[in-house]
Design a protein around this ligand. Structure first.
Ligand SMILES: [Zn+2]
Length: 188
């Protein structure tokens, strides 16, 4: 019978195997936006220890917040002279479809561009200002999100108390994936 525990990082109910959280993607609590592997994978469930939360705070959240705050300060002081940014460019659709067998329309893709502050090029200058403004916005929201994430970690660590793991009849994950796949086929 599968055992479920609370992930010490994303706070979702996840299967526990040999005392550790099994593989699962990270979801920002409340938004459902998956950003990759959850840092809580391989750590003990929250019911047993807040070790995973502390590791996430110290090795992910705190360094990232520090980096973001430093970069934001440089952006606000206008000392950044070069930026990398994502550009949306068309891809050869028919080739992509035929070769990779992708199920989604690969009409557009993103590529990383590089832009430098250059007073001599008025056109370049307009792109630069747009990219600079957009980066300011995203960096500000990233800082705000990391601050909330740090507060969430601190609260989890402060309020930690031992809890009971739950035995369940079946796992919730595979059923959800099957439903998603069916939905996907219908919309093709
Ligand atoms: Zn997790």
């Amino acid at each position: 019978m599968p055992t479920l525990g609370t992930c010490p990082v994303c706070e979702r109910a996840i299967r526990v195997r040999t005392g550790k959280m099994v593989h699962h993607g990270y979801q920002r609590p409340g938004s459902g936006h998956i950003v990759g592997d959850c840092y809580g994978v391989g750590t003990p469930p929250y019911e047993i220890s807040s070790e995973g939360t502390r590791g996430y705070r110290d090795h992910v959240v705190a360094p990232r917040l520090a980096r973001d705050e430093t970069f934001l300060a440089r952006l606000e002081a206008r000392t950044v002279e070069e930026l990398h940014y994502e550009r949306t460019v068309p891809v050869p659709t028919t080739l992509q479809r035929g070769w990779t067998g992708r199920r989604t329309d690969p009409g557009w893709t993103t590529t990383v561009g590089r832009i430098r502050f250059d007073e001599a090029e008025p056109d370049q200058q307009r792109v630069w200002e747009r990219v600079y403004g957009a980066r300011l916005d995203t960096t500000r929201s990233e800082v705000a999100w990391m601050q909330r994430e740090l507060e969430r970690c601190e609260r989890l660590i402060r309020d930690w108390a031992p809890g009971e793991l739950r035995e369940v009849e079946s796992e919730p994950q595979p059923g959800r994936q099957r439903r998603r796949r069916r939905l996907f086929r219908r919309t093709r």
